[in-house]
Design a binder for this molecule. Structure first.
Ligand code: NAD
Length: 450
């Protein structure tokens, strides 16, 4: 359907008031839950066809988190929609003050390819919970998943409420040129700027969930064996194509050897001696990304891995040391299974390095020293993070997820999603039984009371 016609139909449907009742929203969320269950295998197969994502990872990081989120919303929605009483002030006395959450209207969701089900449907849960209609534009880089999303959601939802619009950049631009009531974008900072410009034309409110270089710090007090396993897991997951994956490692020089040995052993344990043959290791999404990642291999010494196969778009988990000055791998978001390692002597250096780069989406610190932990969290600005683990913060829907600065604007998940997709309307209710004359002209003689 033409973008303008689709939006017109969604706006008419929204204006009918159909999406506003809580029962309606709950019914739609239950529908979403049901369709995810019914078409589970189709989703798993589609993501596998797109980049050989292992089945368990699809269940855990795409479908499982969506079920958790829907369950939370179903449990809490009746509470979230209630008006919230606010304090009154002397000036407004007597009054009753409260806020009400109202849906924006028609929401545009633009999704990336790396978690192609989760990142298309997680915002949809929030949009529906808040009483909006939604148009989803999935990524063209995962065409199989995009096709399943289109077919399945098209079967279970009417397009006036939820529509999937497949396509490339032109499709995204056609949608962005329309006057949506809210835009929720997940993707690169480069395209985030294009989305922000498009939103400015209609003064449309928006959320930008972007990316960046997420540092992972390991100091000399950390439990190195556990740190190595957790970091290797976070880097190997989705073959490193995770927005919150540890991008680069900052390790205290006294523990570098032990940590790198641990990382190597963890990768070997997870994916065997030849990760190419592992059923648990995904592929790079396309040739452009494959070539970009291979070009980083010359930016340092290969400590572990470094194998690739273009015909399969395979790159093995790789650890790089002795990173050359000004190397691209330390400038651009890696978004793949390569882990550059930089050593430090003092925590000051670490903080300086992190602060010299754009604010990251995530930061991870492995330490047993609570002063170091507190200092890093206080002095470095980043979207979300974890202490003594990586990536796992995303599994908790009670924690808002979003970036700061170049890694994003706004956040979502759980109640935060409901708030993101709602406008908070403030109301002051006054009564007729008292009307203090002070505010009315003439003002003569009143100034002394202020
Ligand atoms: P991308 O920005 O290239 O594409 C995202 C979406 O924007 C796609 O649907 C694409 O079709 C559309 N798009 C691409 N070019 C466009 C243009 N010129 N105009 C309008 N729309 C356009 O991102 P990607 O490669 O799909 O995903 C990788 C990036 O997303 C990384 O930077 C990663 O860190 C980030 N990311 C962030 C999160 C998060 O939650 N913060 C999650 C996943 C990925």
């Amino acid at each position: 359907m033409d973008a303008a016609e689709l939006l017109k139909r969604q706006k008419e449907y929204f204006a009918s008031g159909a999406t506003k009742s809580v029962d309606f929203r709950i019914h739609q969320l239950k529908t979403l839950k049901e369709l995810l269950k019914e078409h589970e295998q189709e989703f798993v197969d589609a993501v596998y066809q797109d980049f050989k994502k292992p089945e368990l990872e699809t269940y855990a990081t795409e479908l499982g988190v969506l079920h958790d989120e829907i369950n939370l919303v179903l449990k809490k929605l009746n509470k979230w929609v209630m008006p919230r009483k606010k304090k009154q002030t002397l000036i407004s006395f007597p009054s009753y003050n409260y806020t009400v959450a109202e849906p924006y209207g028609s929401v545009l969701i633009i999704a990336p390819w790396n978690y192609p089900i989760q990142l298309a449907l997680m915002p949809l849960i929030g949009a529906i919970a808040a009483g909006n209609t939604a148009v989803i534009k999935p990524s063209e880089l995962t065409p199989n998943t995009s096709a399943v999303l289109n077919r399945v959601l098209g079967k279970w939802f009417k397009p006036e409420l939820v529509a999937v619009e497949e396509g490339e950049v032109e499709k995204a631009n056609a949608l962005l040129s329309q006057n949506f009531d809210y835009i929720f974008f997940t993707g690169s900072p480069r395209v985030g700027k294009i989305v922000m410009e498009a939103a400015a034309k209609h003064l449309t409110p928006f959320t930008l969930e972007l990316g960046g270089k997420s540092p992972c710090i390991v100091d000399e007090t950390a439990d190195l064996e556990k740190a190595a396993r957790r970091i290797a897991w976070g880097k190997g997951l989705n073959a490193g194509q995770t927005c919150v994956a540890p991008d680069y490692l900052l390790v205290h020089e006294s523990v570098q050897d032990e940590l790198l040995q641990g990382l190597k052993e963890a990768f070997q344990e997870f994916y065997g001696d030849d990760p190419f043959k592992s059923p648990d290791y995904a592929r790079i999404v396309n040739k452009d990304h494959f070539e970009r990642l291979c070009s980083y291999l010359k930016d340092g010494q290969i400590y572990y891995g470094g194998q690739f196969d273009e015909s399969e778009l395979y790159i093995s988990p790789t650890i790089l040391t002795d990173i050359s000055e000004g190397a691209k791998i330390m400038e651009e978001e890696i978004f793949g299974p390569l882990l550059p390692v930089i050593t430090f002597k003092e925590m000051d250096e670490v903080i300086r390095t992190v602060k010299s780069k754009p604010k990251p989406l995530s930061l991870y610190i492995f330490t047993k020293n609570s002063a170091t932990e507190g200092r890093v969290i206080e002095e470095c600005s980043f979207g979300s993070g974890a202490v003594n683990d990586v990536v796992i913060q995303l599994s908790n829907p009670h924690l808002p997820f979003g970036g700061v600065g170049q890694s994003g604007i706004g956040s979502y998940r759980g109640k935060h999603s409901f708030d993101t997709f709602s406008h908070t309307k403030s109301i002051m209710k006054k009564y007729f039984w008292l009307d203090i004359p002070f505010r009315y002209p003439p003002y003569k003689g009143k100034l002394k009371w202020i």
